[in-house]
Design a protein around this ligand. Sequence first.
Ligand SMILES: CC(C)(COP(=O)(O)OP(=O)(O)OC[C@H]1O[C@@H](n2cnc3c(N)ncnc32)[C@H](O)[C@@H]1OP(=O)(O)O)[C@@H](O)C(=O)NCCC(=O)NCCS
Length: 416
Amino acid sequence: MPRPVADGKIGSMTAFDVRPVTEDERRSTFDLLGRSLHSNRVSDELWSRFGVSWPAAHKFGAFDGDTPIGIASSFDTDITVPGGGVLPAAAVDGVGVRADRTRRGVLTELMRVQLADVAARGLPLAVLHASEPTIYGRFGYGSAALGKTIRVARPAARLHDRVPLAGEVRMLTPDEAVKEIPGLYHRIARRPGMIGRPPLWWPVMHDRLAGPDGDHVVAVHSGPDGDDGFVVYETVSRRSLEAPDEGAVLQVRDLHADSPVARAGLWRFLLSVDLVSAVHARHRPVDEPLSAMLTDHRHAATLAVEDDLWLRPVDVAAALAARTYRAADPVVLAVTDRLLPANTGHYEVGPDGARRTGAAADLTLDVDTLGMLYLGEWSATALVQAGRVQAGDPAAVARADELFTTIAAPWCGTHF
Ligand SMILES: CC(C)(COP(=O)(O)OP(=O)(O)OC[C@H]1O[C@@H](n2cnc3c(N)ncnc32)[C@H](O)[C@@H]1OP(=O)(O)O)[C@@H](O)C(=O)NCCC(=O)NCCS
């Protein structure tokens, strides 16, 4: 454990200490986070039920005296990487600084302490979703998996005749949704970029919405081998005095399927619900072939493609060694890491794996750009063109393209 205290005297304005959050400070740091994200205040009643999802473990606070002014929280999980390996990871799930103390280095100090802690505990990766894409690159995070927002027009959208039709969809009761979905997710979530959802994830992110007090709908697809996919969605009314007959919008919150057949079954179900004018889904996999599944692909409009998962290699050697690479001659990467300088060095990456090397570099990049390359979302060519990777020899860039490419686009698919 690093010494988690820093005197953050930035200019002459603010002094603060960064240290682990204690049990007694769980509520005040949670309220601070909520305020910084403009969330509604959590009542005592809600806190008594869901505060369990905000444990003191792995939380660092910035304090002015006893008063929290900043928070950086994470939970331990794992993540699937290309080739199917599963690596321990810190999922950064709550970051905020009080509005009257921003831009004085509070987050910078919190990130420094949090990353040192993650490294000291031996987790090779850290991941997060960013409220704003400009925040985390400076701390070594790269935009590693994208997600698309789609709107499917109802009732116009129809599935093509050749879309697989097999299996059954059944709606769950709220009690069943709480009981059955965690195990099902655990069984089927295997795409690179997907994270494990630990027990503390479920009460707030699923049970609150889909359980007895929630209003989300849950449906499960079953194939020949049992349950193999599920969808959680919310129904939002669009009726008004001006549009009394307007259908509702189904907003998909969570949709996971173990196979194309299960995915088709779930979308077939969503597109069959009556009195609906559109189905919306945010942060879907960029390669989900929904428009190709429709008779008229314009009925599935992609409204946005955004950063979904940000990834920070914390132990570059371990992270590079954990994924697989396609067949091509090796390349040598020269990686620079300002915050965790032990990572700075040369790494040979080839179909036989990855290791540190003293050989000359083919490609030079910062650790945040390695985060972009790691899951296969961005090609080396694109990153060279964007000026984020320097390379002398175009043949080395082509080899890096081949080595890092993945067939399925990486995708996280978990809110945290
Ligand atoms: C994002 C946030 C945590 C930043 O905290 P902070 O203490 O102001 O950050 P720092 O002072 O350490 O800033 C470090 C650097 O990042 C930049 N930066 C920080 N937040 C930024 C933002 N939202 N947009 C653009 N730049 C930002 C700062 O300008 C500074 O740049 P510099 O090093 O070139 O001077 C804070 O603004 C906040 O709480 N925002 C609302 C909640 C939120 O978005 N949380 C993140 C959830 S993922």
